[in-house]
Design a protein around this ligand. Structure first.
Ligand code: TXA
Ligand code: MG
Length: 321
């Protein structure tokens, strides 16, 4: 059974470092969602992440580093990647870089690819752990594969109830959606997953346009192995763009409305998309527990972080694969 420990207690950092040094897996708070972390240079430790999550071995993990970590022994940092790191780290941007031939990153992390996704998370507890551990920490979201992402320690404990791990409680994840992923190995970078850092943010930073490829193309080719999988799903079926909900379904609304609904959860009464992003997964967790047939969701404006919210909702609404 998982054990939740208070991340503000300095002893919890010692426990985390000890667990990582011993090749164990621990759940850690980030500003996006909780991660299930292990020493990224230890193949046996990394393998446990895949088995606890029931994650296909073909789906590579993101490596977390402190923003000041010296990357030169690990990866090639392209000029574009360097600018993005300097602008957005620590923060919710994962940057794909080419691996150095003799990189210490364990092969299971990258699922055999020649590249790795790197991110410097912006959370005081995780940053302190990264500083002291001084090696990259591989960490996917700390949930069972395909299910809802965890934005609290309690979500992790529920999703991974079978695992004997420590969960470092760092309070509710303030952003609530996984990081933006960008492949920055090429002159014109390609965005592979939408997140809190938008296409416009990146284009403004690099002063050039970028490509977006968040779905498999017509031939089924994927640039990021996670794209082909159903994701982020509650147990109950999800219906999108609902403005007139039935009374036998939970309704995730957005903005003010005149409807009196028995199972309404308002993502943001003031129509604030950042607040809606923060609430999205935790409201889906709540709605999943209500005695209702379906979960319906109101239309969400497709701008700013709303693009990432709609991306997650569309994947969550897909039939199970
Ligand atoms: O916010 C986040 O990114 C969270 C927190 C814990 O940092 N992590 C997270 O990890 O969302 P995960 O495993 O749930 O999603 C990682 C995604 C997957 O879709 C994977 O296929 C993609 O990143 N990915 C990882 N390495 C890649 C690579 N070298 N090339 C292309 N895609 C990669
Ligand atoms: Mg995930």
């Amino acid at each position: 059974m998982p054990k939740i420990i208070d991340g503000t207690d300095i002893k919890s950092i010692d426990i985390a470092i000890n667990e990582l040094n011993n090749g164990h897996v621990i759940a850690l708070p980030t500003e996006t969602v909780y991660g299930l972390g292990a020493d990224a240079t230890n193949n046996l430790a990394v393998q446990q992440i895949f088995s606890i999550k029931d994650r296909p071995a073909i789906n590579p993990l993101i490596c977390h580093v402190h923003k000041d970590f010296e990357l030169s022994a690990y990866v090639e940092v392209s000029p574009q990647a360097r600018i993005l790191m300097e602008t957005f780290w620590p923060g919710p941007l994962s940057i794909i870089c080419e691996l150095k031939e003799d990189t210490p990153i364990a092969s299971h992390v990258t699922a055999g690819l020649s590249s790795v996704a790197l991110r410097a998370p912006h959370h005081p507890i995780f940053e302190e752990i990264l500083k002291r551990f001084a090696r990259p920490i591989a960490a996917p979201s700390a949930n069972k594969s395909q299910s809802l992402s965890p934005t609290s320690a309690e979500h992790v404990a529920e999703s991974l109830s079978h695992a004997d791990i420590y969960i470092i409680d760092g309070s509710i994840a303030p952003i609530g959606l996984e990081s933006t992923i960008i492949d920055a190995r090429i002159q014109k970078p390609i965005l592979l997953r939408h997140g809190a850092i938008s296409v416009q943010d990146i284009e403004a930073c690099l002063s050039c346009s970028i490509d977006v490829s968040t779905q498999p193309n017509k031939e089924g080719k994927v640039l990021s192995p996670g794209q082909m999988l159903k994701h982020y799903s509650p147990q109950k079926s999800l219906k999108l763009n609902i403005t007139q909900p039935n009374n036998d379904e939970a309704w995730l609304s957005f903005g003010s409305n005149e409807i009196n609904h028995p199972f309404e959860l308002n993502l943001s009464e003031t129509g604030n998309l950042d607040e809606a992003a923060k609430n999205l997964f935790s409201f889906l967790w709540k709605a999943d527990k209500l005695n209702v047939k379906y979960i319906s969701v109101a239309p969400i404006p497709n701008e700013g972080i709303g693009v990432a919210i709609n991306d997650r909702l569309n994947r969550a609404a897909r039939e199970k694969s």
